[in-house]
Ligand binder design. Structure first.
Ligand SMILES: Nc1ncnc2c1ncn2[C@@H]1O[C@H](COP(=O)(O)OP(=O)(O)OP(=O)(O)O)[C@@H](O)[C@H]1O
Ligand SMILES: [Mg+2]
Length: 334
């Protein structure tokens, strides 16, 4: 599905990537919401700094757009550390890691995004690196093969994953610090929207910020994106640089995003479940085939918010509609 069509997609688009560099919170105190996580992380960071040691390996999990990458950069800033960035899909062989690991200096941070997508052999190669800051690699082949041990400098691995359930438990166990990011409260999203508006030099009424927050699926990335669309709408349709409630509501309507933040794809999923599967239970593979969407997209991107807000229920026999979604389908005017 293309980016224009799906505005409430929580995955990063190219536009987000460019803009997010300027919007990304730099310090832990700029990071809004996730209070328990932030205070626990602050203690870990302060303690590591006091001991003059690198932070323990840290894993952030949670749906796309909630701030995992931002947190990795914040940790690097707070620890005054250099950060090296890579990702699971980028590393296909253990050999790809050797150069990266041996180049790390004491206290450096290695950020591995989408860590659940590392191949198994690479994962195993990481275990001794994480545990004892050592790697073993084999050079040459056959009778000349020999294992070389290499000592690494103590570093911090920060992993991010949308699906911690897919991580092998030996890998998960090697993280000393593990935080799961939850969808954001509406009041936190409204604050994020107000802050971003200030950075973008747009005036926004509190009622408009709340309205956009309601429709942001608990996700800062979506909140920032909808704000940018509302700003465009205000400038083009209303000829002003001021987002008021009318502009926000009209803009969301034009984007076909309803008051719960659901878009056409969400509603299509719910209504297909109703018409084709009598409200469920229906297996994810059947849904994926009927909707012509990948299982991963359904599970990582679409479903979490629908489950969290009670539009869907997951049972041992598959997904089911709830009273809330049935009511919503009936009255949905979009
Ligand atoms: N707590 C927060 N306070 C302010 N802004 C935030 C916060 N969390 C995220 N953001 C904003 O949302 C955007 C998305 O965050 P980020 O890229 O860190 O998400 P992510 O969890 O890494 O997503 P993905 O799983 O797609 O990689 C950032 O550019 C940042 O501007
Ligand atoms: Mg990220």
């Amino acid at each position: 599905m293309d980016e224009l069509k799906r505005l409430v997609i929580s995955e990063q688009t190219q536009e987000d990537e460019v803009i997010s560099l300027s919007l990304r919170p730099a310090k832990l105190t700029d990071f809004i919401g996730q209070k328990d996580l932030v205070s626990a992380l602050k203690i870990s960071i302060d303690a590591a700094k006091k001991r003059g040691e690198p932070l323990e390996h840290t894993l952030f999990s949670g749906p796309p757009g909630l701030g995992k990458t931002s947190l990795a950069h914040i940790v690097a800033n707070e620890m005054n550390s250099h950060i090296t960035i890579t990702s699971g899909p980028a590393i296909q062989r253990a050999g790809d890691f050797i150069g990266i690991l041996t180049n790390l200096n004491k206290g450096d941070i290695l950020f591995v995004d989408e860590i659940h997508r590392l191949p198994k052999t690479v994962e195993e190669f990481l275990y001794p690196a994480m545990e004892g800051f050592k790697i073993d690699f084999i050079v040459d082949k056959g009778p000349y093969a020999k294992t070389i041990n290499f000592n690494l400098k103590p570093f911090t691995l920060i992993g991010a994953t949308t699906r911690s359930g897919l991580l092998a438990s030996p890998l998960r166990d090697r993280f000393g610090i593990f935080h799961h990011l939850e969808f954001y409260e509406k009041s936190d999203l409204a604050t994020i929207i107000t802050d971003t508006a200030a950075k973008l030099n747009v005036a926004i009424d509190p009622s408009a910020a709340n309205e956009i927050a309601n429709r942001s699926r608990g996700t800062p990335r979506i909140a920032n994106r909808l704000l940018r669309r509302a700003r465009d709408y205000a400038q083009v349709k209303a000829g002003k640089n001021h987002v008021d409630l009318d502009v926000a509501v009209e803009c969301m309507k034009s984007l076909r995003i309803d008051e719960y933040g659901l878009d056409d794809l969400d509603r299509r999923l719910l209504s297909i479940m109703k018409t084709h599967y009598q409200g469920g239970p229906v297996g994810i593979d059947a849904l994926s085939a009927t909707l012509n969407e990948e299982v991963d997209t359904l599970v990582d991107v679409i479903e979490p918010y629908l489950l969290k807000t009670g539009f869907l229920r997951r049972t041992s026999r598959g997904r089911e509609l709830t009273d809330l979604s049935l009511k919503h389908l009936l009255k949905s005017k979009l």
